[in-house]
Design a binder for this molecule. Structure first.
Ligand code: NAD
Ligand code: BTL
Length: 505
């Protein structure tokens, strides 16, 4: 399949209408696999944020919430299912756009679109089930009182999302937001927004009530920042870098506005000595080279038992050499380009700093020779790493894995936890009791045993430490956007009797 020379021109999606940004500005879209400019996207500013928040507020309160925020879950489920059906219909087209925008292999983008549809379907079911969970009674120690709990949509939410899985990361927020009856303004990353703009078109096609979901694209500083600081936004759900997450938290704290933060990581993969080496190598590769390593939970610190380290690394290099690095549209491509020139330069800088600090670039570390254009990087394996080096401590967000050896289980756990981050961790061992011990000892929100990276919409997703807080997916994804209200009733005919009644005249 050949890359198109242009992509469709799209507008902001505000109040159910597709339109130009207030200041008429647009941002170029560069296909990172060819370096060609293939179109542009709207560049929203504070003026558009104002309109989008106002549309979301109107939609939240319209008709006392009867048609959306207080409507039965089954009503909202219908829209979620309709969105899922459209995503499935347009899967090939959306996958293609995602690939042009991000450089990821078409096979990966197609898998992402399947996950997007599945996520909308999953939250449609949870929306339907939500009504049955209302008014859950609370057992009280006093018979004169009855108490129950209402779960209510939190209000208007600002959703700020990254570029590495553009539509999927947006969907992890949009689907539960719609399921519970919130309304939202979505600000995807200006680096890759095409499929999120298509989502706006899909919402219009299925007749989602105007203003329920508004989509504004642009630069983080011009569109994301005013959204995060808007006084009429009731919550910010953010996925992105730890640095931006900190800024959002500071802004939100001024208004005591709740935030949930899904941030970066530097996750470990521990491999013990009694394993099938080739099977483990494949998980190590998938853990750090899938999506060109631009994965928040990438297991980018590989910890090898010293008894197998040499054999493991020989096989890892052999497998890494066999990865098909190509135009992401080519069949069988397993390593596309990274998302942008900036991201490419950042990865290369990490590699050169590692070299300067005394590490060994065992394999890779450069642009693949057969690809003259595009922001491609070889899968890179770095050894002789010390725990003070930048490559050990900081998130690269590129196809770069660093390796250390260990002797004992205790040492492996200490190395695994030697990070400010706490998103994920993985262990590969035939000893399942050891795996259980390690899964408890690793300080992270996600632990994989005998694998790395599988992700299911039913299971909670999120981190500890500087990887953020709050959980997406599963029931936890709904709770992110629900406010819990206690309702307590006095149900005795007797007066309460705390004060003495005044004497009657
Ligand atoms: N924990 C997770 O589930 C998860 C998932 C995917 C990505 N990530 C993380 O995302 C990062 C990569 O994404 P990125 O480069 O797009 O991150 P980023 O922080 O640069 O940008 C994320 C989003 O924030 C917006 N933004 C930027 N500056 C802003 C500001 N001052 N105020 C408000 N919004 C602003 C951007 O427009 C974008 O939409 C990595 O660190 C990765 O680990 C985490
Ligand atoms: C959550 N995941 C793994 C799909 C993307 C993280 O960057």
């Amino acid at each position: 399949m050949a890359a198109p020379s242009a992509i469709p021109r799209r507008g902001l999606f505000i109040g159910g209408v597709v339109g130009e940004p207030s200041l008429g500005r647009r941002l170029p879209v560069v296909n990172p696999a060819t370096e060609a400019t293939i179109g542009d996207i709207p560049a929203a500013t504070a003026e558009d944020v104002e309109l989008a928040v106002s549309a979301a507020r109107d939609a939240f309160g319209r008709d006392g919430g009867r048609h959306w925020s207080r409507a039965p879950g089954a009503v909202r489920a219908k829209y979620l299912k309709a969105i899922a059906a459209k995503i499935k219909d347009k899967k090939s087209y959306l996958a293609l756009l995602e690939t042009f925008d991000s450089g990821k292999p078409l096979d990966e983008a197609a898998g992402d679109m399947e996950d997007v549809a599945a996520c909308f379907e999953y939250y449609a079911d949870l929306a339907e089930a939500l009504d049955g969970k209302q008014r859950a009674p609370i057992s009280l120690p006093m018979e004169k009182f009855e108490s129950y709990v209402l779960k209510e949509p939190i209000g208007v939410v600002g959703l700020i999302t990254p570029w590495n899985y553009p539509l999927l990361m947006a969907t992890w927020k949009v689907a539960p937001v719609l399921a519970v009856g919130c309304t939202a303004v979505l600000e995807p990353s200006g680096l890759a927004s095409l499929t999120c703009l298509e989502l706006g078109g899909i919402c219009a096609e299925i007749g989602l009530p105007p203003g329920v979901l508004n989509i504004i694209t642009g630069l983080g500083t011009e569109a994301g920042a005013p959204l995060a600081s808007h006084p009429h936004v009731d919550k910010i759900a953010f996925t992105g870098s730890t640095e931006t997450g900190k800024r959002i938290m500071i802004t939100a704290s001024q208004m005591v506005k709740p935030v949930s933060l899904e941030l970066g990581g530097k996750s470990p993969l521990i491999v013990f000595d009694e394993v099938d080496i080739d099977k483990a190598v494949e998980w190590a590769m998938f853990g750090c080279f899938a999506n060109a390593g631009q994965v928040c939970s990438a297991t980018s610190r590989l910890l090898l038992h010293e008894k197998i380290a040499k054999r493991f690394l020989d096989r890892l290099v052999a497998w890494a050499k066999s990865i098909k690095i190509s135009d992401p549209l080519e069949e069988g491509c397993r390593l596309g380009s990274v998302v942008s020139e900036g991201q490419y330069q950042k990865s290369m800088k990490f590699i050169s700093t590692a070299r300067c600090e005394g590490a060994t670039i065992l394999y890779g570390g450069a642009r693949p020779q057969h690809l003259e254009r595009g922001f491609f990087s070889e899968p890179t394996i770095i050894t002789n790493v010390s725990t003070s080096m930048q490559i050990w401590r900081e998130e690269v967000f590129g196809p770069v894995i660093c390796v250390k050896e260990f002797r004992t289980e205790r040492e492996a756990v200490e190395l695994a936890n030697d990070t400010h981050y706490g998103l994920a961790g993985a262990v590969i061992s035939n000893d399942l009791e050891r795996c259980e011990r390690i899964s408890k000892a690793i300080q992270s929100g996600i632990v994989w045993i005998n694998c790395s990276q599988p992700c299911f919409v039913q299971a909670p997703w999120g981190g500890n430490k500087r990887s953020g807080f709050g959980r997406e997916l599963g029931q936890w994804g709904l709770d992110n956007y629900l406010s819990v209200k206690q309702v307590t009733k006095y149900c005795s005919d007797e007066p309460y009797g705390w004060y003495r009644p005044p004497s009657k005249l």
